[in-house]
Ligand binder design. Structure first.
Ligand code: BTN
Length: 236
């Protein structure tokens, strides 16, 4: 496993995208990002103290593309496990498809991109950083709650290790075990949500995450299933 470390970088995902000779498990960690990227072209606030890193997963021909649709969930679950290893008693929640929440606020976001036969997995976790005023209502850091400082490099190692172990579980047919756990911490379950960023915007009641990684949503008498989409929680 190669680890590239930077004090400052534009984006760890971009670094890996441009890396000429990519290797499975290459990891990039930065203390700060100058243009941290979130999903859907959003900016990712990247102050010092946050865990800001990306790593490569080489496509495995024994895993079908259909199975790889579960990759964001697997990575999200691995970040959950790593967070739990730091603070066992905290009530972290998994927001489909791959965000982590604590106290109704986002603590981690994940951006998975594909280039050639590699997946670039970019992860931002608010560990020791102070949350910017601009996003204080929607984001939280672990230190804010625990008043502790965490070792970022160690945390990154655990996330990467858990990710590959969980991917192996998917490969050998043990996905159901992971899914069961994810559904126990399903942040959206029972919440009224709006799904957008898809052909037809819909509102409904969120249900479970299903075997194929889709989210079920109860819309009137119908049950819809989504594998992509932006989720907004509506007030009940
Ligand atoms: C999201 O929008 O929730 C995804 C955020 C992903 C942020 C991480 S930080 C490390 C890596 N580098 C980036 O530019 N983005 C990801």
């Amino acid at each position: 496993m190669r680890i590239f470390k930077f004090e400052e970088i534009d984006s760890t995902n971009i670094y890996l995208k441009n890396l000429k000779e990519k290797k499975n498990k290459d990891v990039v960690i930065a203390k700060k990002q100058l243009s941290g990227r979130g999903r859907r072209g959003n900016k990712w606030f990247s102050n010092e103290g946050a865990a800001l890193f990306s790593f490569l997963i080489e496509e495995d021909e024994n895993i079908s593309l259909q199975e790889y649709l579960k990759l964001p969930l697997i990575i999200g679950y691995s970040v959950y496990e790593a967070l739990k290893s730091l603070e066992k008693e905290f009530d972290f929640k998994f927001k489909w498809t791959n965000d982590l929440y604590l106290k109704e606020k986002k603590i981690s976001g994940i951006l998975v991109e594909k280039i050639d036969n590699f997946f670039i997995v970019g992860i931002g976790v608010n560990l020791n950083n102070k949350i910017d005023e601009e996003i204080k209502e929607i984001a939280i850091s672990l230190k804010e709650i625990s008043k502790k400082d965490y070792e970022i490099d160690k945390f990154v190692e655990v996330v990467v290790d858990r990710s590959f172990k969980n991917l192996e579980k998917l490969k050998i047919g043990r996905w159901k075990e992971i899914l069961e756990d994810i559904n126990k911490i399903n942040y959206l379950f029972g919440k009224r949500i709006k799904v957008s960023g898809i052909k037809e915007e819909t509102s409904g009641l969120a249900g479970s995450i299903l075997e194929n990684g889709t989210l079920e949503v109860f819309v009137g008498n119908e049950i819809k299933r989504y594998n992509i989409g932006e989720i907004h929680i509506e007030k009940n």
